[in-house]
Design a protein around this ligand. Structure first.
Ligand SMILES: [Zn+2]
Ligand SMILES: [Zn+2]
Length: 797
């Protein structure tokens, strides 16, 4: 650049898109431009932040370089477009000018964010006017998605609409130099929501911050259960160190064994509970997920929090750090337990298993009144239920997403391909439901809804869908659903499509899983092999699939079944899933092993034994499935780990825990070999089959200890699956294999399969953004739908 060019004055019009409203973007732009001595202005329009800057060309260039790089913490800059306009040489300086409303254009809502360091400092400063204010927030932190009813994101369109700002808050809100400039949830002791404590019958026990906190703290200290209203719903909290409190919570919630997450006061306390290691950044990130980490033997947490088959229970504990001012105030007031033991609270979702979070006081009283001793609540509404996000992390492996929700939703995932402004809406799965909306290169995946079996979940599904559609101000041109005829999500999609007069595109369950993996990696346009292992899904041939080798092709539109797990026989659908011992007995009989000589025999009731023996011979009442989830059930029961389950995937979770524990305590021991042959289809053209029979037989008859066999089971399945995939890869020329489906939340299997595939020289794709389980399914559905938009009949378009 010559000196003349550097000195010449230019004016640029810059349009910034992404999450750039409600995150302090305009004050940031003003400070950056003023600091560089540039003139001009910036403003919001409905879909973007617009900027004009004028000054020496080199300085304008520096401004444009720094603009995305130094953006405020909650901003997500997706694009910066700039073009030259004639210089105006008007009045000097840089101004923020009034917003412009552009009909139809929509910006993005930021996710909910943990209380920031500046707000925490004020919260604990007796001189500050927001000292101990339970709703302290600023431009960089606090509720967003969970208070947003509509767009544009203004206070009037949030659940803060009913709290007019006092003069002091209004002044901060209006001052571009203030860190609460345009922070929609801003409030203080004078104008904010009110904390209160209710009895389970709805009676008012205390009102106002200090009175309410005092009652809640006493209840927690005395071993009681407190329902606490959070960002996206109610939690149930109790003293995690107290066996009595945790046992009472289990009993009242009718949740005998499913692990509870715990909230630690701070990182140092978390480090006393679990091996934090490299997960410190994740735990303290603004998303504040629950992170499943190896539990410490001396953790100040009751063993009842995460019971399992090893001396350390499941060997892992889900831990999270406080993320609302209310959490921080509770921990500030809670006394230490026995000498040196800092307070740790069980912090579990306030709902029945699989149901969505309670979000209204009325709902909380109805559904949690029989569980909680008191409810710590307030009058700031929750627009939509949003659960805590969950990440599992067993070093040295990578973090594995288990639930993508608070802190992430509603941020989009890139989805290459233009939909021409049209919106595609995917209804999601039946379990761990999320919904997704695709539009012009982006997929917006909702927060976690839950299992659609209950009415409450279906209501939440509708609520989440309504909010998503309002954010985009569009009617869907296409709906996408699972192919399963029994799914409530499919029935919902059909009804809604009928109302709108638009088509429904059905995507087979495992096809959608693989498309979701390809979509999050931006690799829909290349042939991708995938091992898709999960519990159950409706197959293309109307049987129950769940151990599939698929080849994704045609830009993600098609999936060809190249291989699968050989049949595991399931005695009745739901009852079979709840009773792994029955599946195990049938698998043993099929493998020529008498159940009586194994841990399975004594666990069967007489009636079960009689029925299964007859069913084995006649085949009556049995469903064949290629589900790897069911094979895990078989292995867990054959090894005597788990015969009947009280939560989904319990047998597999405990088998994994046992395998991990054995490896950790026997680092150098040789792993027994369990055979699992691949039956090649040869010239028939049918899919190859992984034969489970020899594996089941060896599991039952090997004399290695059961921990060694649990580990060997994972390794043998991984090796055989990799062989299956490598054989197909060689035939079809694919070089990449994806690992997806809920079974691959199992980190022992994930690591072993990835290593075995790498040993074949294959590239391996795993999930980083959405879960491998059904929580990620909607992304795959919407990705296939967006690719199908042009080829389906769309009446009226
Ligand atoms: Zn803040
Ligand atoms: Zn105020």
């Amino acid at each position: 650049m010559t000196t003349a060019q550097t000195r010449s004055v230019v004016r640029h019009r810059v349009v910034v898109r992404g999450v750039v409203q409600g995150v302090g973007f305009r004050p940031y732009v003003a400070a950056l431009a003023s600091g560089l001595g540039l003139d001009g202005w910036c403003r919001n329009d409905s879909g973007a932040v617009e900027v004009e800057v004028e000054g020496p060309a080199a300085v304008v260039a520096r401004f444009e370089e720094r603009l995305p790089a130094e953006a405020p913490p909650l901003a997500v800059v997706e694009s910066v477009q700039s073009h030259e306009v004639p210089p105006e040489r008007g009045p000097g300086g840089f101004r923020i000018t009034p917003s412009q409303v552009v009909p139809g254009a929509r910006t993005m809502v930021p996710p909910d964010t943990a209380t920031c360091a500046d707000c925490l400092a004020e919260l604990t400063d007796p001189q500050d006017r927001r000292y101990r204010h339970p709703f302290i927030t600023c431009t960089h932190c606090g509720p967003r998605l969970t208070i947003t009813l509509d767009l544009p994101y203004d206070r009037a369109a949030t659940t803060m609409a009913g709290f007019p700002m006092c003069a002091a808050c209004a002044a901060e809100y209006a001052d571009p130099a203030d860190r609460r400039y345009h922070a929609q949830p801003v409030a203080c002791h004078d104008c904010g929501p009110t904390l209160r404590v209710l009895a389970p019958d709805g009676g008012l026990l205390a009102e106002g911050t200090e009175a309410a906190l005092a009652v809640a703290v006493v209840a927690l200290r005395d071993g009681g259960i407190v329902a606490v209203k959070g960002l996206g719903g109610y939690h149930l909290a109790c003293d995690a160190a107290s066996d009595r409190a945790v046992a009472a919570l289990r009993e009242r919630k009718d949740r005998p064994e499913q692990p509870f997450a715990v909230m630690a006061r701070d990182l140092a306390t978390a480090e006393r509970c679990v091996e934090v290691g490299a997960a410190a950044d994740l735990l303290t990130s603004s998303a504040r997920p629950i992170v499943l980490l190896p539990v410490r033997p001396d953790a100040p947490v009751s063993p009842l929090a995460a019971p399992g088959p090893t001396p350390q229970g499941l060997g892992e504990l889900g831990v999270l750090l406080p993320y609302t001012p209310l959490h921080h105030l509770l921990f500030a007031d809670l006394p230490d337990g026995s000498p040196g033991a800092p307070p740790v609270l069980v912090m579990t979702s306030g709902n029945a298993s699989g149901e969505p979070l309670c979000v209204t006081e009325e709902d909380a009283l109805a559904r949690l009144g029989g569980i909680a001793d008191v409810l710590l609540t307030h009058d700031r509404g929750i627009a939509v239920p949003v659960e805590d996000s969950v990440v599992a992390w067993a070093p040295p492996g990578p973090p594995v997403p288990v639930r993508r929700s608070r802190g992430h939703a509603p941020l989009p995932v890139d989805l290459p391909g233009d939909t021409g402004g049209a919106v595609v809406l995917a209804a999601g799965s039946e379990l761990k439901n999320t919904v997704a909306l695709a539009r012009d290169g982006r997929a917006f995946v909702s927060a976690h809804v839950g299992d659609l079996a209950s009415l409450a979940s279906r209501a939440a599904h509708q609520q989440v869908t309504d909010q998503l559609l309002r954010f985009h101000d569009r009617t869907p041109a296409l709906l996408v659903a699972d192919r399963h005829p029994g799914y409530a999500s499919r029935a919902w999609a059909r009804r809604f499509a009928d109302e709108l007069g638009v088509p429904v595109h059905e995507v087979q369950h495992h096809h959608a899983h693989l498309a979701s993996l390809a979509a999050e990696h931006g690799r829909l346009d290349e042939p991708l092999l995938g091992l898709v292992f999960d519990g159950t899904g409706y197959g293309c041939d109307a049987t129950v699939w769940g151990g599939e080798l698929l080849l994704l092709g045609d830009g993600g539109r098609s999936a060809e079944r190249l291989g699968h797990l050989g049949a595991v026989r399931l005695p009745g659908a739901d009852a079979g899933v709840r009773n792994p011992v029955r599946t195990a007995a049938l698998a043993l009989l099929a493998a020529g092993v008498a159940p009586d000589g194994t841990p399975v025999g004594p666990e069967l009731t007489e009636a079960e034994a009689r029925f299964l023996d007859g069913a084995h011979r006649s085949g009556a009442g049995l469903v064949d499935t290629s589900s790897v989830g069911r094979l895990f059930d078989v292995a867990a029961s054959v090894l005597g780990v788990r015969h009947r389950i009280t939560y989904e995937a319990q047998a597999a979770v405990e088998l994994e825990a046992l395998a991990r524990h054995w490896r950790a305590t026997h680092p150098a021991a040789p792993v027994p070999t369990l055979p699992m042959p691949v039956l090649r289809s040869g010239g028939t053209g049918g899919p190859d089959v992984l034969d489970p029979g020899p594996l089941v037989r060896a599991l039952a008859t090997s004399d290695a200890d059961r921990g060694a066999r649990a580990h060997a089971f994972h390794l043998s399945l991984a090796t055989a699956s990799a062989d299956l995939a490598a054989g197909a890869a060689a035939r079809c020329g694919a070089t990449t294999v994806g690992l997806t489906g809920g079974v691959f939340v199992n980190r022992v299997l994930l690591a072993a399969t990835a290593a075995a595939l790498a040993g074949h020289g294959l590239e391996v794709l795993v999930h980083h953004r959405v879960p491998a389980n059904d929580g990620g399914l909607a992304l795959g559905q919407v990705a296939v739908g967006a690719r199908t938009l042009d080829t389906v009949q769309t009446p009226g378009r």
